[in-house]
Design a protein around this ligand. Structure first.
Ligand code: GLC
Ligand code: CA
Length: 564
């Protein structure tokens, strides 16, 4: 095989992520639900996407919006019933689309029956489903927690005079994968969903599942980098290979791991075909680009540079040149909106930067993932007041900052760019009340800019809209397999205004030009070998034939030329 060209459906798919709580409310309680998604299947099909990924819809007390699961085989009552789910799955398959679900098995909810039993006594048969540290041994070695007000991942529990481990909130105790019974329970639960007919899983913080159960002090080599420590547990790959052998290999499904802490040189251990673990994962290098070093939720002071953005994507592309497969995404439910973050959401540049970013995602190697609302260019809401926030992450961090007497105004300013709630505001369907999301009171505020063109109904009518460009760009990716499988080559690497690259297949080569600046940007074409270059798509006026010597791109212009 020359290059990475073995064709498989999940490499050719475009994935659309749905955050059910914020997608579409069918019964007026202000909370999006499963029937609401089913009602929008024709819309989703019209986009040209192939796979839908649903954030967790399982029974949950919602400490972390469904990422704290109390019953893996039941549907959250706020979202509907199992019958609703079955109807959704059927509707998706009828339209020749596929469904992947979230698999959240690093932790459960503390309200899961396993944990309720586990905490009852030290001899309970479920005791060893979780990580416990008996208090008579003293205070356990430090472990950091993402969502704990004191950053402490060990929670003291009086009933049995012991601490339990929670990498996320106190209501998200970590499951003990080292116990073979836990693994069998999880595999059975996965089969339950596959036997229903779902087409894959997105695996939540999957590199964290293996732990050294002697719970040593953090080795000095991980000083200050607990995420890398969490992602490198001793039995991780053994567990993933077992899961693949016992479950995944029995079905025609796709898997994508969420992979904080996984580095370039470790990537193929997860996704090389001969490893038989996962198909692809989300790396975190881009997500860290505009953050303080080692801080997931703190914005860095100086602006990120285009050369850094290019370097990240070029390095990751290289990893998958011959083996394995990657993913491309600019946004999800944990990070702010892509156009606000990587483009420019001021009115003058909003449209072109949103469509330029679509051109990028849909012309790179790797499976592209879009988050709901990205197709219409939804933007950050930038709440002014802590009262408007709903996310446990922002709320806990605020309490911590208040407790430490930090500058709360500065904290709120940071959240305007960093908070996860920026991407969790309701989907904007039309210019009617609440953007058509609900007849009731939405659980979180709607971004008022739905009234000024950022909504589906208005954009469906406008041939030049972000939405119609998105659909067109998906069609172009599908018409030209070079955009999926072709070799990637970065051009003019030091250019701080233009990101340019080629995608070269056996017969055709495409040139992709992307402006990331508010200024007009000149790009030299002298060194590009071409007989003639025909315009394939642009979000702005572009010459239909590629000029010989240079091209001037307007602010945030994107253009693709076929070089033949
Ligand atoms: C992942 C999810 C995030 C959740 C966390 C804990 O990062 O994407 O939303 O809070 O895991 O489950
Ligand atoms: Ca509802």
């Amino acid at each position: 095989m020359e290059g990475n060209t073995a064709r498989i459906w999940w490499k050719e798919s475009v994935v659309y992520q749905i955050y059910p709580r914020s997608f579409n409310d069918s019964n007026g309680d202000g909370i999006g639900d499963i029937r609401g998604i089913t009602d929008k299947l024709d819309y989703l099909k019209s986009l040209g996407v192939d796979v839908l990924w649903l954030n967790p819809v399982y029974e949950s007390p919602n400490d972390d919006n469904g990422y704290d699961i109390s019953d893996y085989r039941a549907i959250m009552s706020e979202f509907g019933s199992m019958d609703d789910f079955d109807a959704l799955l059927e509707g998706i398959h009828q339209r020749d689309m596929r469904l992947i679900m979230d698999l959240v098995v690093n932790h459960s909810s503390d309200e899961h029956r396993w944990f309720k039993a586990s905490r009852k006594s030290r001899t309970n048969p479920f005791r060893d489903y979780y990580h416990w540290w008996p208090a008579e041994k003293g205070v356990p070695p430090k472990r950091w927690s993402y969502f704990d007000q004191e950053d402490n991942a060990w929670q003291y529990d009086e009933t049995t005079n012991a601490y339990y481990l929670h990498y996320f909130s106190v209501k998200q105790p970590d499951l003990k994968w080292e116990n073979p019974k836990v693994r069998q329970e999880i595999y059975e639960m996965m089969r339950f969903w596959f036997d229903k007919g779902i087409d894959g899983f997105r695996m939540d913080v999957i590199p964290f599942i293996s732990k050294d159960t002697s719970y040593p002090e953090l080795p000095a080599s991980y000083d200050g980098d607990f995420i890398a420590y969490y992602a490198n547990g001793p039995r991780l790959h053994e567990f993933l290979q077992e899961m693949n052998a016992q479950v995944l290999s029995q079905y025609d499904v796709m898997t994508v791991g969420e992979a904080p802490g996984v580095t370039l040189d470790q990537a193929l251990d997860f996704v090389a075909e001969d490893r038989k673990e996962l198909n692809m994962f989300f790396h975190f290098d881009l997500l860290a680009l505009d953050r303080e070093p080692g801080e997931v939720f703190k914005m860095r002071k100086d602006p990120w540079k285009l050369t850094e953005f290019k370097a990240i994507h070029s390095k990751w592309d290289q990893v998958f040149e011959e083996k394995g497969w990657g993913s491309i995404f600019l946004c999800n439910h944990d990070f702010p909106r892509s156009v606000s973050r990587w483009g420019n959401d001021t009115p003058a540049y909003w449209r072109n930067s949103a469509t330029m970013l679509h051109t990028f995602c849909l012309s790179m190697r790797g499976t592209p993932f879009f988050y709901q609302g990205e197709e219409i260019g939804m933007t950050n809401i930038r709440f002014d007041s802590i009262e408007d926030y709903r996310d446990i992450n922002t709320l806990n961090a605020y309490h911590k900052a208040a407790h430490n007497c930090d500058d709360l105004q500065a904290f709120l300013e940071n959240e305007k760019d960093a908070s996860r709630d920026n991407s969790r505001t309701p989907m904007q369907w039309n210019s009617g009340e609440n953007a058509g999301f609900t007849q009731g009171d939405p659980w979180i505020k709607v971004n008022p800019n739905y009234r000024t063109g950022i909504n589906v109904a208005d954009q469906e009518k406008d041939p030049d809209s972000v939405l119609n460009y998105f659909k067109k760009m998906i069609r172009i990716r599908k018409e030209h397999p070079e955009l999926i499988y072709g070799a990637y080559q970065l051009l003019d690497e030091d250019n701080q205004k233009v990101y340019a690259y080629t995608r070269k297949g056996k017969e055709k080569t495409f040139l992709v030009l992307l402006s990331f600046t508010e200024e007009a940007a000149e790009f030299s074409l002298k060194d590009i070998p071409k007989v003639k270059g025909q315009l394939v798509i642009s979000n702005d006026h572009a010459p239909s034939q590629l000029p010989e010597d240079r091209i001037v791109l307007s602010p945030y212009q994107a253009a693709i030329y076929a070089l033949s």
